[in-house]
Design a protein around this ligand. Structure first.
Ligand code: ADP
Ligand code: MG
Length: 385
């Protein structure tokens, strides 16, 4: 059994149920023994993916994304934990009996077959009637926008077109879930961005659950309904793209997604819902002291916190109001067209990046070497786990 054939033998999709999750991982662990040493590739991942969801596993190379995906597909046996597909425990069910298909970065198209034959291959093997093959292949080639290219061989097509053939070949089987492992990795940036939009459109059109593996945060933010950010075999945060970006839960997520300023300090006092961290004589950072979405803090706690560059206001006058305020010296100014980027060094040597939108006029607020005030709303920084 090769990986490409997975799901080819699967039955036609059963009616979709909203109540039962498409995919559930329950404390799934995978250990490999390599040169006598045990490597924990996945250290206990639990997550639930809804029917019809575009779900991404995002994280740096080696964090366990592919291993997690392969356990969903059935190519790897978990060392521990349970995998459920549509409510059914499939932990020991072989890949060809699972109603999922996998698409790989390498496409793995048959080079001697043309587009039509590549896409029809799985249906032929399952002895689907000729007129139904014709109809389904035709339909799916329309979805992936390859009508008119049926007679081409893989080597006569661009990388993006080959990727669409691979996608069509998986989708024509009507799996209930499609697993995609870095499928755009081989494409150049422009084509990748185009295919991101295309993939999202195709997923919406066919309504199938997509599980998408990527190390590219932009890709995950663009396409996903929800993202599981993985690090070192564990899920650090599972949320929708906005929350992952606006409220990274951990120091790792804050550093991995977008540009973040990471600061640390000790809570000096808590007044109502706001905690005060004192830095220098004229500096203070206010953070939410607790609540449903942020980590609760109390006096004496050492905390790491984050604030996004675009939330910070840079000025040459001391700001007024209930704001976090720090002083520093501008060490770099970069004009980036739609915005200016400042690097500001604080008294203790910490560096803060500030983005200033060029909304009205494109004058620079402060030059290199100037002393500045940085300020932001308390709700825009908070303690990280
Ligand atoms: P990712 O897809 O996020 O880059 P992987 O799931 O491929 O990560 O790998 C996670 C970890 O497990 C890595 O440290 C990798 O070296 C290790 N690993 C993966 N497959 C095997 C294997 N077959 N044997 C030994 N170690 C493996
Ligand atoms: Mg991988």
């Amino acid at each position: 059994m090769t990986e490409i054939q997975a799901g080819v033998g699967a039955a036609v999709a059963a009616p979709v149920s909203q109540a039962v999750p498409a995919i559930e991982l329950d404390n799934v662990v995978k250990e490999y023994t390599s040169h006598g040493e045990v490597v924990q590739a996945v250290k206990g991942v639990s997550l639930t993916i809804a029917e019809g969801e575009f779900f991404s596993l995002l994280g740096p190379s080696g964090c366990g994304k592919t291993t997690t995906m392969r356990m969903i597909a059935g190519f790897e046996d978990p060392t521990g934990g349970v995998v459920r597909l549509h409510g059914e425990d499939v932990t020991s069910v072989p890949p060809n009996k699972r109603d999922v298909n996998m698409v790989f970065q390498s496409y793995a198209l048959f080079p001697h077959m043309n587009v039509w034959e590549n896409v029809a291959f799985g249906l032929r093997r399952r002895k689907v009637a000729d007129d139904e093959i014709k109809r389904r292949v035709g339909e799916i080639l329309e979805v992936v926008d390859l009508v008119g290219r049926e007679k081409r061989r893989p080597k006569e097509m661009s990388g993006g077109q080959q990727q669409r053939v691979a996608l069509a070949r998986a989708l024509v089987n009507r799996p209930r879930a499609l697993l995609l492992d870095e499928p755009l990795g081989a494409l150049d940036l422009k084509l990748r961005q185009h295919m991101q939009i295309e993939l999202k459109r195709i997923q919406r059109e066919v309504g199938i659950t997509f599980v998408y593996v990527t190390h590219d945060q932009g890709e995950a933010l663009t396409m996903s309904d929800r993202i599981a950010v993985m690090n070192d075999g564990l899920v650090e945060q599972l949320a929708d793209p906005r929350e992952i970006y606006e409220r990274p839960a951990t120091t790792f997520v804050a550093g991995f997604i977008g540009t973040s300023n990471l600061l640390s300090g000790t809570v000096q006092s808590v007044t109502g819902e706001v905690a005060l961290l004192a830095l220098g004589p004229s500096d203070r950072i206010l953070i939410p002291a607790g609540g449903a979405v942020t980590t609760a803090v109390s006096t004496g706690d050492a905390v790491n916190l984050t604030v996004r560059p675009e939330k910070i206001t840079i000025g040459t006058q001391q700001p007024e109001g209930e704001l976090s305020v720090v002083r520093g010296t501008v060490s770099e100014v970069v004009y980036l067209g739609t915005y200016n980027s400042y690097l500001v060094t604080l008294a203790d040597g910490a560096e803060i990046t500030v983005f200033e939108q060029n909304a009205h006029d494109s004058t620079i607020t402060a030059e290199r070497g100037e002393s500045v005030w940085l300020s932001w709303q308390p709700r825009h920084s908070y303690a990280l786990r």
